[in-house]
Design a protein around this ligand. Structure first.
Ligand code: UT7
Length: 328
């Protein structure tokens, strides 16, 4: 009998502090009308407090997840964290989360696939379940984007926020769980969306700081052109090869980068806005956090057997999609 990896719980965390469009108007030359009409974003949550990194938010999400699934930390077999804003280059954020929540000495590692990170991590985690190797795998997506945002650059600072979400993967022999996934990448995206400093090519130096290379640098309109086609392509491709029409899809769970990219994806899938998970207005783009935070916000509306299409596009470039049948 075929084992599939089913999501058996989801939890999310966003920090209390909120940065509204009105707040940003006081910092850079922007306005609520521009931000709302170009992106759909109204506010984002920002993690404040000295010494708090992505692991803090991820650990909050995982604590909530363990509580609601009634799973003891000692039962967890593996933890994977998708992030581009790890607490450190090493140790990995997943290592730190395990220690913070009391998950003892199991394998844990990070995955870096920018805004597609959660779909990448979900498909990796599912392999361990489908192979029968592990029974309880936690997949986290989270980013403290405020740690790499230049709040003097109006073209990027209005877009991003902080947050994290986590799901529990467990085996099922029922016809639900992760049914299919697609992963893609194209390294030429480095020219359009990158954080240039802090890695082995441009280690931190006075020069990298002067050049503002420790902040995200994005050619927004260029990235938009790729994102709007590739995210829709990925959703359409996974629907085609699973013989799904718009009528068969219960929910689109899109990466929340820009409402216009989400609308284009929904149009291509021939589904109406009532089937699209959307919380970009509250959180902005939390990178690897967007998809699990959507699942968390919409959890009460999900029913067993619902067909979900996850789709994302981001830095790398990376993009991908997943077809999930909701399991509870
Ligand atoms: O999740 C990771 C992947 N990232 C994405 O998917 C983001 C993709 N890109 C986007 O979402 C959009 O490109 C943006 C929201 C970043 C920009 O929207 P756009 O429709 O592509 O831009 P536009 O052509 O309408 O506007 C660009 C203009 C520029 O001015 P000029 O050169 O035309 O005079 C910018 O300087 O808008 C200006 N601008 C702003 N104006 C007011 C850029 N940022 C702002 C701002 N407030 N915050």
């Amino acid at each position: 009998m075929r084992l599939r990896a089913a999501i058996t719980g989801v939890h999310g965390y966003v920090p209390e502090d909120v940065l509204t469009n009105a707040d940003l108007e006081k910092i850079v030359d922007t306005n609520d009308e521009w931000i709302t009409s170009r992106t759909g974003i109204k506010q984002r949550h920002i993690l404040k407090g000295e010494g708090l990194g992505t692991s803090f938010m991820a650990a909050e999400a995982v604590r909530g997840l363990l509580k609601k699934t009634s799973i003891d930390p000692k039962e967890v077999d593996l933890v994977i964290c998708a992030t581009v804003t790890p607490d450190y280059l090493f140790p990995s954020t997943a290592n730190l989360v395990c220690t913070q929540v009391g998950i003892p000495s199991v394998g844990s590692f990070d995955i870096l696939a920018a805004c597609s990170g959660f779909i990448y991590a979900l498909s990796v985690g599912a392999q361990f379940i489908e192979a029968g190797t592990y029974k309880k795998v936690i997949v986290i997506g989270g980013d403290k984007m405020s740690s790499i945002i230049d709040y003097t650059d109006r073209t990027t600072c209005v877009l991003f926020g902080d947050g994290a979400g986590a799901v529990m993967l467990e085996p099922t022999t029922e016809e639900n769980g992760l049914m299919d996934f697609l992963l893609h990448s194209d390294g030429t995206g480095e020219n359009h969306l990158i954080m240039k400093g802090g890695g082995s090519k441009n280690p931190a130096s006075h020069q990298t700081i002067d050049n503002r290379w420790h902040y995200i640098s994005q050619e927004g309109p260029q990235v938009f052109k790729f994102a709007v086609t590739k995210m829709a392509d990925a959703a359409a491709e996974i629907m085609n090869r699973n013989h799904l029409t718009g009528d068969d899809v219960t929910w689109l769970v899109p990466h929340q980068a820009n409402k216009r990219i989400i609308d284009a994806t929904a149009n291509r899938m021939e589904i109406g806005p009532e089937k699209v998970m959307m919380n970009i207005q509250n959180y902005g783009n939390t990178t690897a956090g967007t998809i699990p935070l959507c699942l968390f916000d919409y959890e009460s509306q999900l029913k067993k057997g619902d067909n979900l299409i996850l789709a994302a596009f981001g830095g790398g470039f990376t993009w991908g999609s997943a077809f999930l049948k909701w399991a509870y």
